[in-house]
Design a protein around this ligand. Structure first.
Ligand code: FES
Length: 199
């Protein structure tokens, strides 16, 4: 190789390296800003509960206020809640699938799996019936079960939301909890799918 062609080859390699560096830099920067076509941004109010979210009352006079363990009498009744991002205080109530049912039970009555996801006997489940997505979930005080009045399904909150009566096809998804300064706090995502068969 003569001197001229050698210099040309060297120059070409330098250009290739620069081009490659530009591509890498563009990818690195673009990852944060470019969304694939057809993928819509998720509204933070619609995002599923996140680790560290606080639970707030979903309705009633105290709607939007954080729920403390002291607010929940042992043995029920249930309280309806939504998760709230602690830094922004944004309540994730944009999707009904984020609604959870919370009930305080005697820790000694909880099954092993339920105990692992509970906070001092307080358990949280998806508030949407797995049958047809009814969200009028009530508390049956006589049997201490979660009751869907739409078609009479019942779930056992001491046994990981297991179906004990009615047409519901699967258990309620659990939302793991922890207590932070006495306040109900989300400790992880739902244990399974949420919502009904048709909703
Ligand atoms: S929607 Fe709950 S039992 Fe049918």
């Amino acid at each position: 190789m003569d001197n001229v062609s050698g210099r040309c080859a060297c120059f070409a390699r330098t250009l290739e390296r620069r081009a490659a560096l530009k591509v890498c830099l563009g990818i690195a920067l673009g990852l944060h800003f470019v969304r694939p076509a057809g993928v819509a941004a998720v509204d933070p109010k619609d995002e599923r509960p996140q680790d560290g979210d606080r639970l707030v009352f979903a309705d009633g006079e105290r709607a939007g206020q954080v729920i403390a363990s002291a607010d929940l009498p042992v043995g029920g009744p249930r309280v309806m809640a939504f998760p709230m991002a602690p830094a922004t205080r944004l309540v994730r109530d944009g999707s009904r699938l984020n609604k959870v049912l919370v009930v305080h039970l005697d820790p000694g009555t909880l099954g092993e799996e339920t105990q692992a996801r509970a906070a001092d006997g307080i358990v949280a489940y998806s508030a949407i019936c797995t049958h047809q997505g009814c969200e009028a979930m009530a508390w049956d005080d006589a049997t201490k079960t979660v009751w869907c009045p739409c078609h009479d399904s019942k779930y056992n909150p001491r046994d990981n939301g297991r179906v004990v009566a009615g047409p519901a096809p699967r258990r309620l998804a659990t939302l793991p909890l922890k207590l932070v300064d006495g306040v109900l706090t989300v400790a992880g995502g739902f244990s399974g799918p949420v919502g009904g068969q048709t909703h």
